[in-house]
Design a protein around this ligand. Structure first.
Ligand code: ATP
Ligand code: MG
Ligand code: FE
Length: 345
């Protein structure tokens, strides 16, 4: 089955073609980062309009890469949520319109299920069951995964997501949006021994996270340094390093706990923050202490992309799931524990 995947939930227009027999055939992405950077964050109305401009050319591009015509598509999968409703509607209506014209099935996919399954596109994909750490701009969750659609939430952030914390720390340090990669780059020059930031909620049992206190701590530290006239480039790098170490360490401690609690030996890490090199190193250390292995998506499939949507959609379309004719879905809020396993295996 050849599935076209469409992702438009936020600020990336992603399109890909996944063949359930041959694997990933093509993928293409347009990031709106430069457009939103001017405003310091995603402007929803601009995002929707840009998806409208980019989506059809990206679909043509992907078909061309695979030397295929639209008529050779067997199904279409699109991100139905969670995300910005206007942005989601661009992908949903395009998918439904195309599917109707081609007479093929179409299915709305959960964006976080896409992130969660992205490591399945790699050469040695993990077997079920595994523990998944989803760390992105809007989510920080630990999930026990027993199969497609069989997800049990083990813990999540009670306030900010890890990616959001990175983005906010970046702003405080005068770095552009999106801050994650920029904080990471600045942290490279930082001295890890100069300051130590708190590891929130690691001193008590449980698998929930909280990053808003760390954000406040970062702001207070920056203000104090500034007040003493010490906020030079080195100090900013040291703050970035202390912040990054604290986030990576906190996530690794909770992952280790989740592996202990479930007795599982596979850890999947996905979502934009999973691109962070220091986080990966901490997770490898934590997992190896338990003899567990860590699985990631390739770099460009950590953040939003069409490939993960094509893949996740294909698994469900194969089992016969599809949207009803004319029932396009665009759901801004959609808890992942509302998902079910596909009807047929
Ligand atoms: P969600 O998937 O929860 O709806 P999203 O789609 O906006 O949110 P992603 O595209 O998966 O999130 O990831 C973007 C986030 O990842 C941003 O917050 C960004 O700062 C962060 N990020 C990307 N690269 C890195 C990195 N190297 N280090 C830390 N954070 C990073
Ligand atoms: Mg994004
Ligand atoms: Fe995402």
């Amino acid at each position: 089955m050849r599935v076209l995947g469409i992702e438009t939930s936020c600020d990336e227009t992603g399109v890909a073609l996944y063949d359930t027999q041959r694997g990933l055939l093509a993928d293409a992405l347009h990031s709106q980062i430069a457009m939103h950077a001017e405003y310091g964050g995603v402007v929803p109305e601009l995002a929707s309009r840009d998806h409208t401009r980019r989506l059809l050319p990206l679909i043509d591009n992907v078909l061309e890469q695979a030397s295929m015509g639209r008529q050779q598509l067997d199904a279409i999968a699109y991100t139905a949520g969670p995300g910005l409703v206007g942005a989601l509607m661009v992908g949903a209506s395009t998918a439904h319109g195309m599917a109707r014209a081609l007479g093929i099935p179409v299915l709305g996919v959960h964006h976080m299920e896409g992130h969660l399954l992205a490591p399945m596109l790699e050469n040695e994909p993990p077997d079920f069951p595994f523990v998944a750490l989803l760390v992105s701009g809007g989510h920080t969750q630990l999930v026990r995964v027993d199969g497609i659609g069989r997800y049990q939430l083990l813990g999540e952030s009670v306030d900010d997501a890890a990616g959001e914390a990175f983005d906010k720390a970046a702003k405080m340090l005068g770095l552009d949006y999106p801050g994650g990669p920029r904080v990471a780059a600045l942290a490279e020059h930082g001295d890890p021994g100069r300051m130590r930031f708190p590891r929130p909620m690691t001193d008590r049992p449980g698998l929930d996270f909280s990053f808003s206190g760390l954000k406040t701590h970062t702001l207070t530290t920056i203000r104090e340094l500034d007040g003493r006239g010490q906020l030079d480039d080195q100090a900013r790098a040291d703050v970035a390093r202390a912040f990054e170490e604290a986030v990576a360490d906190t996530l690794a401690i909770k992952c280790r706990r989740a592996l202990e609690q479930t007795g599982l030996a596979r850890l999947v890490v996905a979502g934009g923050v999973s691109a962070n090199v220091r986080l990966r190193a901490r997770l490898e250390e934590a997992a190896s202490k338990r003899g567990a292995r860590v699985y990631y998506p390739r770099g460009r499939f950590c953040t939003d992309n069409g490939a993960m949507i094509a893949y996740a959609g294909a698994q469900r379309l194969l089992a016969g799931e599809q949207d009803e004719v004319g029932q396009m879905k665009a759901v801004p809020r959609w808890p992942m524990d509302q998902l079910h396993a596909p009807d047929k295996p």
